[in-house]
Design a protein around this ligand. Sequence first.
Ligand SMILES: [Zn+2]
Length: 146
Amino acid sequence: MSEPITLACPHCHRRNRLAAERLDQTPRCGACKESLFIGAPVDLGTANFNAHANADLPLVVDFWASWCGPCKQFAPVFTQAAGTAEPRARLAKVDTEAAQELAARFAIRSIPTLLIMHKGKEVARLNGALPPAEFQRWLTNNLPGL
Ligand SMILES: [Zn+2]
């Protein structure tokens, strides 16, 4: 038996705790009963960011803005990556216009900026978008194990 890990629900953002081997068994949230993995990035703001960033499950964050052309081009790459990174990581998007406190807290100077958060700490950062294969490689090389 492996250690239980914590992760936040993409729907109600409540903290869940489950055995790591259950990640592959399409787990559901203990609070709202919805699926804990949705095959797509979750939109996060100031109110719910910490619940995901402080979890044992690594969180990959795309800081973006609606006026940013490169962000729009990168969006489908990021969405596709959610399908392969789950359930080893959660992917999330933060709109830097709507969540300016988060953009300031992480000193986001250019977008898109990609961050990997694990147990409340930033463990990797990437400035600018990458083509799909290179982004996948960056994820593989930087995602912490559970
Ligand atoms: Zn839930």
